[in-house]
Design a protein around this ligand. Structure first.
Ligand SMILES: [Zn+2]
Length: 161
């Protein structure tokens, strides 16, 4: 598998131990979805953009409930999570022209989970040649502007609850 080069993730990797609190618990509690890049709130799960994306349009779907245990999810949570995954893969295709998508979970830190205590599903849209033409700018300001643009593009097409 080709590796995506996402240099802005260094900021995340360097800050990972400093940040206390769980972002998947804290961000939905704050009433500032745009600032927090929350695109959609469902009944049991929500959709947000990854602040430190592997690719433009990298989304995360998490249950509101704080758990690391996939087997502990209720049927309702599982159903909504997979339902949202399907809808948002389609949104990434429709709105951003994604040609494919990596969908998956990293369970446990050893498996690569950045936030291991609160499980979350990654949707990483893919384009032919994206390893080549992806912006290779490490400048966080450039990246955050791209995030805002992408947020607006996707937010408009958020499926209604
Ligand atoms: Zn949590």
């Amino acid at each position: 598998m080709k590796k995506l080069w996402a240099p802005w993730r260094m900021k995340y990797i360097l800050n990972i131990e400093k940040d206390d609190g769980c972002i998947f618990c804290e961000k939905p509690k704050q009433n500032q979805d745009e600032e927090n890049l929350i695109l959609y709130r469902g009944k049991t799960c929500f959709v947000m953009m990854n602040l430190f994306p592997y690719n433009n349009g990298h989304l995360l779907i998490a249950p509101y409930r704080h758990t690391a245990d996939l087997s502990a999810l209720s049927d309702e949570e599982k159903k909504e999570m997979m339902g949202l995954a399907g809808e948002w893969v389609k949104t990434l295709s429709d709105r951003m022209g994604a040609q494919g998508c990596n969908v998956g979970m990293n369970l446990g830190r050893i498996a690569g989970a950045g936030i291991a205590d609160h499980l979350h599903l990654h949707l990483v849209p893919r384009w032919e040649g994206d390893t080549n033409f992806m912006p290779v700018v490490g400048d966080t300001k450039v990246m955050s502007e791209a995030l805002e643009d992408t947020y607006q593009k996707l937010k408009r097409s958020a499926p209604s609850p």
